[in-house]
Design a binder for this molecule. Structure first.
Ligand code: SF4
Ligand code: SF4
Length: 369
């Protein structure tokens, strides 16, 4: 049964660890504890003398705990990728997408930075770009490593990102390249059905994701302005320094790690991407005006709800299908699972400029669940 492509729905609600039951809560607590101990090890070391991850890393010959984290991240993605492909690997799109995402993570999210460090170079993570890796557009980074950063971060963030998002949608990054999205689609796949499709969760997402995007721009602007005016304004320097510190703590550590991954077993695997990622917010705005859309074949939908159930971004795809409405949602990461799980072949992911008849969410009879 597990080798059949569309068996997911049959087993989704049977397994305790994949529901919000006791096992799911235990799993979430373990993930949260892992992230707290990993991200705030210095704090725990100061108070309780706990440095577990550094000790494990050093005994394995790694220079710090972040390489251990990178290694575990790759293991989680490979294990989760095998799980995912056993369930949904009868689709060429899924095979290519997951293989590419894992390959990018292993190569650019772990191996290359690891070897750069071994060779005495600064370790860059080329699969992450601004604003996701916010410090890559901070002026002092550009000043320190002008070639690397200008060739990669500035070109990728300011040129490639908009062009690709408008022509291909945000899926080129969120479902093929990004490590956060990669972990969601592999290790997080068992919980994808837990993403809420309710209107309050959609409103929450609208506010939070765009707030973080604005904060990322403000933080970058403050740091750039502070760099430009030099050391003559210590009060402004203190504000800029404080702001970027808070951004790193709240967004990069708590929201991306502790909350973003720790809550997979309770709220689905895209908690970070859907609600907090500034990169997803920017790509989403570009996607809305670009070519990407999901087309709906008219009068074919039988309202089974597979598409909505399996949407990791909380989009009620069924409402569009029932209304014979093709659509583009800013939050859609183009994972293709709605089309893959549809027993009637109603949905298709495509790129086209011909979108003028599409309706927005507000014009549809959405059913909350
Ligand atoms: S609408 Fe479909 S393609 Fe978009 S995120 Fe949801 S399941 Fe994936
Ligand atoms: S579009 Fe397909 S998967 Fe979604 S409700 Fe209709 S028949 Fe079911």
């Amino acid at each position: 049964m597990y080798l059949q492509g569309q068996n997911g729905l049959l087993s989704t609600f049977r397994e305790g660890w994949r529901t919000r039951g006791t096992l799911g809560i235990v799993f979430a607590l373990l993930l949260i504890a892992f992230y707290l101990l990993m991200y705030f090890e210095d704090w725990f070391a100061g108070r309780f003398g706990i440095r577990w991850f550094t000790q494990i890393a050093e005994s394995a010959g790694l220079s710090n705990r972040w390489y251990l984290y990178g290694f575990l991240y790759c293991v989680a993605m490979i294990g989760g990728g095998i799980y995912y492909l056993r369930r949904h690997g009868n689709s060429r799109y899924n095979q290519l997408r997951i293989a590419t995402n894992i390959g990018v993570q292993v190569m650019f999210g772990f191996s290359l930075p690891f070897f750069m460090h071994l060779m005495g170079q600064k370790d860059f993570y080329f699969s992450y770009i601004w604003p996701l890796k916010i410090e890559y557009l901070y002026p002092e980074t550009i000043a320190q490593y002008p070639f690397y950063i200008i060739m990669y971060s500035a070109v990728a963030s300011l040129l490639l990102m908009p062009i690709l998002a408008i022509t291909l949608g945000k899926r080129w990054y969120c479902s093929w390249i990004c490590g956060c999205g990669g972990l969601s689609n592999t290790f997080g796949d068992p919980w994808r059905h837990l993403t809420s499709k309710s209107t309050p969760s959609w409103r929450f997402e609208q506010v939070t994701v765009h707030t973080v995007m604005i904060l990322a721009v403000v933080s970058t602007g403050l740091v750039a302005f502070d760099f430009a005016i030099g050391k003559d304004y210590p009060a402004f320097h203190a504000v800029a320094f404080e702001f970027r510190g808070w951004y790193a703590f709240v967004v990069s550590a708590i929201l991306a790690g502790v909350v973003g991954v720790g809550l997979y077993p309770l709220f689905g695997p895209r908690v970070w991407c859907r609600n907090f990622c500034p990169m997803a917010a920017m790509l989403g705005l570009m996607q809305k005006i670009g070519r990407y859309r999901i087309t709906v074949k008219p009068d074919m939908c039988i309202s089974c709800g597979n598409c909505s159930t399996y949407c990791e971004m909380g989009i009620d795809v069924r409402s569009y299908a029932q209304s014979n409405q093709s659509f583009t949602r800013a939050s859609c990461v183009g994972c293709g699972m709605c089309a893959h799980m549809c027993p009637r072949g109603v949905l298709r992911l495509e790129n086209t400029w011909n979108k003028q008849k599409d309706k927005t969410r507000a014009g549809l009879p959405i059913v909350d669940f």
